[in-house]
Ligand binder design. Structure first.
Ligand code: ATP
Length: 240
């Protein structure tokens, strides 16, 4: 269950733009790490490099000490790296339960249907989705779909979980559940890394914060220190 994800010197260019210009970052087991920064800072690009949906032009990504820089996203999932997306990506015609089952089936070695069913049920319960498990995902509101995405990621039994704006579209009750679930996961030894624009949520949840602007880190360290750093407050003001 314990996980660790490390980025070393990540560079990713789009044409002439260095979207990520040499970033080091570590998400540790048992910790909630947040990545913050204004629009266009490079957070999503860095996230994609970590998850395997983008290839860095330079630098390395290590998952539990193993170099995964050249591995595609689905191979990283099998090694314990799961993610959720900023744009919700559920299968609308599948039921909520079947969407979560897809995550359970993605994990290596899980060919036993009973194990898949058990892991799916656990993830649905954890996110309070049992009552809507048989409903088509497309009929559910955005807040519920965020939780479906998280349940799907958790059903793969990850040791590192990447979350792209997990609270976007959640109501207060769903946000409280999310906070409790994420804390519980960290207590069980998962390494969590989230991109989040809600400063209150970052302050409440994160142990460590990395702040980016224009492709570079402008500050990194304990949450309170980074959030009160004048360079961060200035750069982050756009979305808070
Ligand atoms: P946001 O908070 O708006 O999601 P972000 O911090 O995630 O922003 P990125 O989306 O990573 O920032 O963008 C970083 C830079 O890279 C921006 O200048 C953006 O225009 C550029 N960029 C990102 N993706 C692409 C792409 N596929 N093609 C060209 N340029 C891109």
């Amino acid at each position: 269950m314990n996980g660790r994800l490390t980025a070393r010197g990540i560079v990713r260019r789009y044409g002439g733009i260095e979207a990520v210009a040499g970033v080091d970052l570590t998400a540790r087991a048992g910790r909630i790490t947040a990545l913050i920064g204004p629009n266009g800072a490079g957070k999503s690009t860095l996230f994609d490099c970590l998850a395997g949906t983008a290839r860095p032009d330079a630098g390395r990504v290590l998952l539990n000490g193993r170099d995964v820089t050249r591995l595609p996203a689905h191979r990283r999932v099998r090694l314990g790296l799961a993610r959720t997306f900023q744009q919700i990506a559920v299968f609308p015609t599948l039921s909520v339960g079947d969407n979560v089952r897809v995550g359970a089936e993605h994990r290596q070695g899980r060919t036993d249907p009973r194990a898949v069913a058990a892991q799916t049920a656990r993830a649905l319960d954890l996110l309070g989705l049992r009552d809507v498990a048989a409903e088509p995902a497309g009929s559910q509101p955005t807040g519920t779909l965020r939780l479906v995405e998280l349940a799907r990621a958790l059903a793969a039994d990850p040791c590192v979980l990447l979350l792209d704006e997990p609270a976007a579209g959640l109501d207060a009750a769903q946000t409280s559940r999310l906070v409790a679930v994420l804390r519980g996961l960290a207590e069980r030894g998962l390494a969590l890394l989230l991109v989040e624009h809600d400063a209150g949520l970052v302050a409440e949840l994160a142990d460590t914060v990395y702040a980016m602007a224009q492709g570079r880190l402008v500050a990194a360290g304990p949450t309170a220190a980074v959030l009160t750093d004048p360079r961060v407050a200035g750069a982050w003001g756009a979305r808070t």
